[in-house]
Design a protein around this ligand. Structure first.
Ligand code: ATP
Length: 298
């Protein structure tokens, strides 16, 4: 469980963009008394809007030299494709996804986007191309407008409204006394968990990155709110290269490809149907367990 993807408190499917993640990550490192050695190389170049073809080429990684976490991961993800990473807890799914925005640097191999090594890009421009939706929402005590524009400073009012609409926040907006200028948070209008999640999704629509990393909530509550949010997330991932750290059967089934990570390696990959039809596949065993669990809940 990696710190910047993993909140202390679990609200159903709380969501967030990465600046908080980095802050959380930095705080964590401060606690440990270490500093991240991720920085711009002297000749790093800014990149513009990437297409989002991702290649993991024999990637290995460990948080420390004693213990390798990922080993020899090779994977090509085409622009627009949705990949679901599944596997046992601690297998390395979150860690693998955190290497793409360079929260950490690979210790072996390379990651490239559109044929260009991520280490040759400036961190700021690389991260502008990646949106992260995770289980923790970060809102600050400003107006709704400011909170959405946080996705991309300088977004126009029309862009903000359109993003809120696509995130199904427009109904909520109608009820707010001062519309976009309503102060939210502690000293203003308090938003529910579901509303916060929609706002976080709106941020990503405003940011409009070609690449999306989605750290799915683990809970399997099948409420209407969750279904709506799921639908917004599906719209968000459309036409973006999407890496999902997947927990839900629905998401996994719909993914273009499922990559099963086990003990830091790619154990299996294929479509839901492919993997399910393989006798004794790890995926099939995981699927059966989860299917039984969900049947018990509903
Ligand atoms: P889960 O499904 O439980 O989220 P995961 O497959 O995403 O698991 P990771 O979170 O990537 O797994 O963790 C892989 C391994 O790396 C685990 O053994 C974990 O304890 C370790 N790990 C994660 N983050 C850190 C960190 N910041 N420092 C040291 N070790 C870490």
């Amino acid at each position: 469980v990696t710190v910047f993807f993993r909140p202390v408190e679990k609200i159903n499917a709380v969501i967030e963009t990465y600046p908080k993640g980095i802050a959380g990550f930095r705080r964590y490192l401060e606690l440990l008394g270490t500093e991240p050695d991720v920085a711009d190389l002297p000749d790093a170049k800014p990149v513009k809007h990437l297409a989002g073809d991702i290649r993991f080429d024999a990637v290995s990684f460990g948080y420390n030299a004693e213990r390798p976490i990922l080993q020899d991961i090779s994977l090509d993800v085409r622009s627009g494709e949705t990949i679901a990473f599944v596997g046992p807890s601690g297998a390395g799914k979150t860690t693998l996804c955190s290497l793409l925005p360079r929260f950490y640097d690979v210790t072996g191999g390379a990651i490239s986007i559109d044929g260009q090594n991520v280490r040759d890009m400036t961190l700021a421009s690389l991260r502008r191309n990646i949106g992260i939706v995770q289980q923790d929402v970060f809102l600050f005590g400003g107006t709704l407008r400011e909170n959405v524009a946080y996705g991309r400073i300088g977004a126009s009012e029309d862009e903000i409204l359109e993003a809120l609409r696509r995130a199904s926040f427009d109904k909520v907006l109608e009820t707010l006394p001062e519309g976009l200028d309503t102060v939210i948070g502690e000293r203003g209008v308090k938003l529910s968990g579901g509303q916060k999640q929609r706002l976080a999704i709106a941020r990503i629509f405003v940011k409009d990155p070609p690449i999306l990393i989605l750290d799915e909530a683990t809970s399997a509550l099948d409420t209407q709110t969750e279904r709506d949010i799921q639908a917004s997330l599906e719209e968000l991932s459309r036409e973006r290269t999407t890496l999902v750290i997947a927990h839900r059967l629905a998401t996994i089934r719909k993914a273009d490809r499922i990559v099963v990570i086990d003990k830091g390696r790619i154990a299996e990959q294929g479509t839901h149907k492919d993997l399910l039809s393989r006798e004794n596949s790890l995926y099939r065993r995981m699927h059966d367990v989860q299917f039984l669990e969900e049947a018990e809940i509903s």
